[in-house]
Ligand binder design. Sequence first.
Ligand code: GRF
Length: 197
Amino acid sequence: MTKRVAIFISGGGSNMLKLLESMTDDHPARACVVVSNDPNARGLEIAEARGVPTEVVRHQPFKGDRRAFEHALSGVLAPHAPDIICLAGFMRKLTAEFVDPWRDKMLNIHPSLLPKYKGLHTHERALAAGDKFHGCTVHKVTPELDGGPILGQAKIPVLPDDTPDRLAARVLTQEHLLYPAVLRRFAGGDNRLVMLR
Ligand code: GRF
């Protein structure tokens, strides 16, 4: 049976677009909804233009009450009946209350070679550390931020003239290849690692 995928975004949605583009033909999944915490997220327009339903749950009115925000998220999600959630640049931390029921069904993409550089500013941190390689990771989401089991990684060399922006752009190109490759495999019930290099 075709899996239904909800994609959570907060911004540009370039990873979301690559996931949407990938889910055609014999792909084992289809997008059922795109959800954003930001009504101005550009990815919402892109999803709508492609005929994918969208939902917005703004986090500000909840004034830091994460559980109430997540309750609202679950409320908008339920009618779309997703089987899988893909976090794609979704910039809100999710608590165990939300994450636990989705264990083994929620993925995230992170712009570092995890377990290195969980959290923000990954490109700056890789450069500051003098790393020779950097990249991105798709992992299952657990309550530990950026800490769940790894499903795939793409690795690129750090170049002598790299700046955080240049490195971020090259990593993003890899994200666009990695996330669709992992989702296709994962939605088909195959949890083997995808390694791009
Ligand atoms: C990506 O680098 C993602 O890994 C990070 O935020 C960025 C989102 O980009 N968490 P986009 O919204 O998919 O264009």
